[in-house]
Design a protein around this ligand. Structure first.
Ligand SMILES: [Zn+2]
Length: 113
């Protein structure tokens, strides 16, 4: 499962940060997930629990912040909202879109002790 390796990546970041910032436990993680990232929130929550077991983030809560997808339409010369990566422009129907946000996943905030 794709989400499992994403969660392993997050755990690595948490471990690195714990050394840098000197905390020993992670209680809450806020994670931004873009609508266009293809990440399944349900699978993410499940994987996070599995991956963080017996780690510094054991029992930590994962909060998902949804980031809407936006793309630049070449024809309209403006940003439009898209729900899926290969959607057409909602205004003019063009497929000449360049995704500008919503395809990323990143850790927004941590609550640690
Ligand atoms: Zn357009």
């Amino acid at each position: 499962m794709h989400e499992m390796s994403l969660c392993e990546g997050i755990l690595q970041v948490l471990e690195t940060e714990s050394v840098k910032q000197g905390f020993s436990r992670v209680k809450k993680v806020w994670l931004e997930i873009g609508d266009l990232s293809g990440v399944e929130v349900e699978a993410m929550l499940f994987s996070f629990d599995a991956v963080t077991r017996d780690s510094l983030a054991n029992g930590a809560t994962l909060n998902i912040i949804n980031i809407p997808g936006t793309a630049w339409c070449m024809k309209c010369s403006k940003n439009v909202t898209v729900k899926q990566r290969f959607d057409e422009c909602p205004d003019c129907g063009s497929y000449q879109l360049q995704v500008t946000s919503g395809d990323e996943m990143k850790i927004k905030e941590l609550e640690v002790e």
